[in-house]
Design a protein around this ligand. Structure first.
Ligand SMILES: [Zn+2]
Ligand SMILES: [Zn+2]
Length: 272
């Protein structure tokens, strides 16, 4: 399995990264995990526009799904003709929600470029990936995923607040790609996001090989996030960067740097 971070900016695109989008590849199969704002453009740096085999959406917040609509336009009006439909795995109501981006009366058939399948907690196969899914703690239905292939495993939290579902899903994972939208502070709203410290505590609890923090909001300091996480997790710790590639077979970054950081390194100046 090979993971490419297409976009990792939290909640909205940052100056150096689209919102959430990851490309997971194995055996020639290309799965897009989340399709946040701005990610369709960046995705074309890593694979052909029509080389995607399936899409998987953790939830229907715009920063995780809205570019699927743009992708429907591309697949519909491709110069070579309408592209064949590919599977889109998402929460209940995904097709209707995406269609409404076009207009209040729907999308004139744009979503026919996709075969929507509704996700549910449990296990399923997506292409070559053995996928375990669990509901996580977010204001809308949201899934966390454990992708396994070839004896390696990647766990992606989606967006989540505190829940024991996260360390349960992540137990012993090789790579734990965890959202860390918040930094520690007073009056954090519950049930929405994790702090970097909370994500790292789950990484320790789950005994993961590598923790990769993602979904950091652009106004947060990467240094603060790393310090928080290091206080709870003594293992291999990284912060997602747009363009970063993780080869799960070798567990070493494949691409050369430097990569643009998802959040600019600066003191937090905005609300958390
Ligand atoms: Zn989000
Ligand atoms: Zn969300």
């Amino acid at each position: 399995m090979r993971l490419t971070v297409v976009g990792c900016s939290g909640s909205f695109p940052g100056p150096d990264s689209p919102a959430s989008c990851y490309l997971l590849e194995a055996d020639g199969f290309r799965l897009v995990i989340d399709f946040g704002n701005g990610s369709l453009g960046a995705l074309q740096k890593y694979c052909g526009l029509f080389d995607i085999d399936a899409v998987c959406l953790s939830h229907l917040h715009a920063d995780h799904c809205v570019d699927l609509y743009s992708y429907s336009v591309a697949r519909t009006y491709a110069p070579a003709g309408v592209q064949p439909a590919i599977p889109v795995y998402g929460p209940a109501g995904s097709e209707g929600r995406m269609s409404l981006i076009h207009g209040p009366d729907g999308d004139d058939g744009l979503m026919k470029r996709f075969l929507f399948e509704t996700l549910a907690p449990g296990r399923m196969m997506i292409g070559p990936f053995d996928v375990e899914l669990a509901h996580v703690n977010h204001p809308v239905e949201t899934f966390g995923f454990r992708f396994s292939r070839g004896g390696r495993s990647l766990v992606y939290t989606g967006d989540t607040g505190e829940t024991e579902a996260v360390p349960a899903l992540a137990a012993g994972a090789d790579v734990f790609l965890s959202e860390a939208a918040f930094l520690e502070g007073p009056d954090l709203p519950p049930g929405i996001h994790l702090t970097a410290r909370q994500a790292a505590a789950y990484a320790s609890q789950a005994g993961v090989g590598r923790l990769v923090l993602t979904h950091l909001q652009p106004w947060n300091s990467l240094d603060d996030a790393r310090a928080e996480a290091a206080s709870e997790f003594g293992g291999d710790l990284d912060i997602a960067r747009a363009g970063q590639v993780v080869d799960l077979a070798g567990l070493a970054p494949l691409s050369g740097g430097p990569f643009p950081a998802c959040s600019r390194l600066r003191a937090a100046t905005g609300p958390r």
